[in-house]
Design a protein around this ligand. Structure first.
Ligand code: PLP
Length: 353
């Protein structure tokens, strides 16, 4: 039974945990290469791509850094509608990249017309956007945004953070024409923290080759050199890769369509419950399938609620940053099943009454 209703790390299935518990092997040999190749082909299915998916021994923030270092030549437009998109802007600035912000009210999605107006001003060669803002429970319409960019700004590199949605919602890297799509191990993929993944398009890789100061650890050109040998440039978290392999087997055995549908059903259940008792923070039509941000209209003490839940072995998340206390978040991603949500919501009802 699931106990972590927080947007990462999520509960890890015992089989996946157990897969880590194997004798160590070297990372420059046939056994490792076989593992890497197996994982690579499964990751491509989950990312809906025929392209490469780099495996990084870092959390997702490392790949936010990789994206800006490898794919921003002049200036990046950072869409900011919550804490994680703001982080990406800060990452770009910290790496010395020229970055301009498109600020959207927290709780609202980033709409194509807003991006159109910003890109029309000229000067940006890359776009950074978060698919699922984990701080507000908002999904932005990436497919429509990518279509707009392809149509009107074909030279702009499209970089998407799907850390809290990939594996829980369909995101079609090839079909939508994305350039960089990144995620972390510890959210919808339900692997322990410590790995992150980025699908990278041919054109993004070609662009990276022309960009100076890509750094060393996250250099796409170097990652590519090793990926084609089924290796990584430096020592990877091999135990986590065993876990990942087992988790990807679980994901593909469930079936991606069934998995997305399960997440959609859980989101519907939590939203209906929340609307009867509270309110929803995210704007209608753009509500997340993996995490629900509840507006705390009853002024519940989230800390006490969580202390009560903890006594029952469960945990939810308080609001993020300024939203602490004013909202709370229930994640329904990864391994969570309907009966887990039933149990959680019944306990919160018990607390309210
Ligand atoms: C969790 C999260 C991150 C940060 O990922 P780490 O793996 O903790 O570095 C970035 N973006 C979003 C949308 C997230 O939910």
């Amino acid at each position: 039974m699931a106990k972590l209703f927080i947007p990462g790390p999520t509960d890890v299935h015992p089989d996946v945990l157990a897969a880590q518990n194997r004798p160590m092997m070297g990372h420059r040999g046939a056994d490792f290469e076989a593992l890497f190749a197996k994982i690579q082909s499964k990751l491509r299915q989950v990312f809906f791509t025929q392209s490469r998916v780099y495996i990084s021994t870092s959390s997702g923030t490392g790949l936010q850094e990789a994206a800006v270092r490898n794919c921003v030549a002049r200036k990046v437009l950072c869409c900011v509608n919550g804490a994680f998109s703001q982080r990406w802007y800060e990452v770009a600035a910290a790496n010395g990249k020229e970055a301009t912000r498109l600020d959207v009210e927290w709780g609202q999605a980033v709409k194509p017309e807003l991006i159109d107006a910003e890109l029309a001003k000229g000067g940006c060669d890359a776009l950074a956007i978060v698919h699922n803002e984990t701080s507000t429970g908002v999904v932005s319409p990436i497919e429509d945004i990518a279509a707009l960019v392809h149509d009107r700004y074909p030279d702009v590199t499209i970089m998407v953070d799907a850390v809290s949605s990939l594996g829980g919602m369909p995101i079609e890297f090839d079909g939508w024409g994305l350039d960089v799509l990144l995620t972390s191990s510890q959210k919808c993929l339900a692997v322990p923290p410590g790995l992150s993944f980025a699908a990278v398009s041919d054109r993004a890789l070609a662009k990276a080759k022309e960009i100076p100061n890509r750094g060393l650890y996250f250099d796409f050109v170097d990652l590519e050199k090793y990926l084609i040998k089924n290796q990584t440039p430096s020592t990877p978290a091999i135990s986590l890769m065993w876990a990942l392999d087992a988790a990807l087997d679980r994901i593909l055995a469930e079936g991606l369509a069934a998995r997305f549908d399960r997440h959609a059903q859980l989101a519907k259940q939590v939203r209906e419950w929340a609307q009867d008792r509270f309110d929803l923070f995210a704007e209608q039509g753009y509500r997340s399938q993996t995490v629900t941000c509840v507006t705390n209209t009853r002024g519940l003490e989230v800390k006490s609620l969580n202390a009560f839940l903890k006594s029952k072995g469960m945990q939810i998340s308080d609001g993020y940053g300024n939203l602490k206390g004013r909202t709370f978040r229930i994640a329904h991603m990864g391994e969570i099943q309907r009966r887990d949500i039933d149990e959680l919501l019944a306990l919160i009802d018990e607390f309210i009454n």
